[in-house]
Design a protein around this ligand. Sequence first.
Ligand code: S3P
Length: 171
Amino acid sequence: MKNIVLIGFMGVGKGSVAREILKKTRYIAIDTDDLIESMENRKIKKIFEKEGEAYFRELEKNIALWLEKSVKNSLISTGGGFYKVKNLKKIGTVVLLDSPFEEILKRIEEHPNAQSKLKKRPLLDDLEAAKKLYELRRPEYLAVADIIIDVTNKSLEECSKEILKKVKKDG
Ligand code: S3P
């Protein structure tokens, strides 16, 4: 199976959609943020605080090279900025989870663990800056994606079915 690479803005539901797909398929689960936290043995928030964002982006690049070379049959969910790695398309079929910024915020705020979701994402500390980042990134997400899934008002099951159908067609 060709890898699936889930991309999209923070809080759009990459992790939740991945868990739903994993229930129904034999993909191996990989999460780039989790890999970075295990490699570094500390939380992303700490890495940003101590080392800065540029250092974190270097870690993402290294992981991307490893994924391209060594990983198959996997469903890879990524951090919201991972899409910038140069070899993204060589890792697998790139699937964008797309939704308006306001819907993403609503989704985070309605989550039972909203506070911890916000706390662990340093780039959501300032919501105005986050909205600007969203607007800057959205056209880039669209440009790099092989498959675009509008997740607005869709259940996890609907999203996962749509992804699997489109991935099959994509070959
Ligand atoms: C980031 C998104 C985060 C995490 C880091 C940076 C980003 O992942 O990788 O805080 O640049 O958008 P999620 O998209 O899982 O929140």
